[in-house]
Design a protein around this ligand. Sequence first.
Ligand SMILES: Nc1nc2c(c(=O)[nH]1)N(C=O)[C@@H](CNc1ccc(C(=O)N[C@@H](CCC(=O)O)C(=O)O)cc1)CN2
Ligand SMILES: Nc1nc2c(ncn2[C@@H]2O[C@H](COP(=O)(O)OP(=O)(O)OP(=O)(O)O)[C@@H](O)[C@H]2O)c(=O)[nH]1
Ligand SMILES: [K+]
Ligand SMILES: [Mg+2]
Length: 463
Amino acid sequence: MILKDTIVALATASGVGAIAVIRLSGPDAIKIANDCFVSIKENKSLLEQKSHTLHLGHFVHQSRIIDQVLVSVFKNPHSYTGEDTIEISCHGSLYIQQEIIQILLQQGARMADAGEFTLRAFMNGKLDLSQAEAVADLISSDSEASHQVAMQQMRGGFSNEIQLLRDQLINFASLIELELDFAEEDVEFADRTEFKNLVARIQLVLKRLIDSFAVGNVIKNGIPVAIVGEPNVGKSTLLNALLNEERAIVSDIAGTTRDTIEDEIIIDGVAYRFIDTAGIRETKDVVESIGIQKTFEKITQAQVVIYLFDLSDTKYQIYSIKTELASIKNKFPLKQLVVIGNKADTISKEELEKLKIEIPELISISAKSKLGIETLTNELTKMVNIGALNNSDTIVTNSRHYDALLKALNEINKVDEAIINNVSSDLMAIDIRETLYYFGLITGEVTNDDLLGNIFANFCIGK
Ligand SMILES: Nc1nc2c(c(=O)[nH]1)N(C=O)[C@@H](CNc1ccc(C(=O)N[C@@H](CCC(=O)O)C(=O)O)cc1)CN2
Ligand SMILES: Nc1nc2c(ncn2[C@@H]2O[C@H](COP(=O)(O)OP(=O)(O)OP(=O)(O)O)[C@@H](O)[C@H]2O)c(=O)[nH]1
Ligand SMILES: [K+]
Ligand SMILES: [Mg+2]
């Protein structure tokens, strides 16, 4: 890939703000900026400035002053992209931002593609692929946990772990490949015991990383929690209470919620996605029954199911609640289930105590008066216990990495078998190379334009 052109983009959020930052990167960045820059101090050329310096002046085009600006100079290779980079901090008017970008385009820059600054940083060896991907995760992180995992990955925790294994394995691969050159002499350059230990270590690390994806997924995407139960038990009221806003329509008409409603909140640093569903009952209403169908789909996708019933419902019997709970557990054995009796404001303490003997896991709340909500959220925190996230823990959050790790494990397992069965070096070498290939996919040592295109297309413009 040739990186000869100079790219430009707005680095800050599009819209009006106090200050906006426009970034230029590429061989002509400094010259292009200098052509539009008139320093406050006389005769100061940006071309002659040191890297990491800041300059006050006017952005001028054809003797028209567009704005007073601050310009930062970064000289290659000492910049985020590794190229010459200019940042122009202007006033945050939409007009000014657009004018400056238009003028820079006229002066020979080209509009950057999504993620192109980070792509260049990757191409110039400023960060590896998994670190570049973490930049996108960091920008979209919305909870303490997702922030921490992205930060750890961006700082290279994951890459270092993979890189270390890769280097050790390459070492053995070359020894084993050397044996091929001496095939007739039946020599072993690679100590088989040592090699077996390394393979075992790689298997262990890969398994741990693969297992961490379950947690990683939860951290990145939030934990889906479906709120289910019969019509009118107060599911939508509970959703509103959890979100602390009137998100869903509440009414005393059974069958109010037809389509599922979802929203996210952070509890103790972890994101939860609550899903309010249509109440489950027999119905002839076509729209309602589609909603109920959707409820079952949502239960399938959820990690936690909150089963809600109405404590005030005189017709309910402990027996029927227990039957329904048993049926949910039977249908969805892997889901974590929280049993909630709602409308606790309508029954006496004595009645409630009696009920709790029958259903020991019962949590009673009043969604309408927002009582007991914290007991519920505490229960969720206990359930999903993603453990105290350790700063140094590597957690895989990216399905591309997960995929590559699974394939690497599969290959290294073959190497393991080959050692056990005393398979010839040439065959073993093939499996080792395959393992190395999948390691390389993660860090970006092995790559292709399609892969890069896919990854960076998901970035925002200006990153
Ligand atoms: N204004 C601004 N803020 C920003 C960025 C940026 O590009 N511009 N970043 C972009 O995402 C992040 C910071 N990342 C950066 C990473 C490296 C370098 C850099 O200049 N590195 C040089 C020299 C370091 C030094 O000597 O101090 C280098 O790597 O050689 C700059 C920003 C977040 N904040
Ligand atoms: N007394 C009392 N009433 C409640 C409580 N929670 C909800 N309600 C009432 O119960 C009725 C039904 O509430 P919704 O939240 O619409 O119930 P739902 O389960 O979403 O109902 P559908 O969407 O129709 O399945 C409304 O009139 C609410 O005001 C509560 O804690 N106490
Ligand atoms: K209702
Ligand atoms: Mg509802």
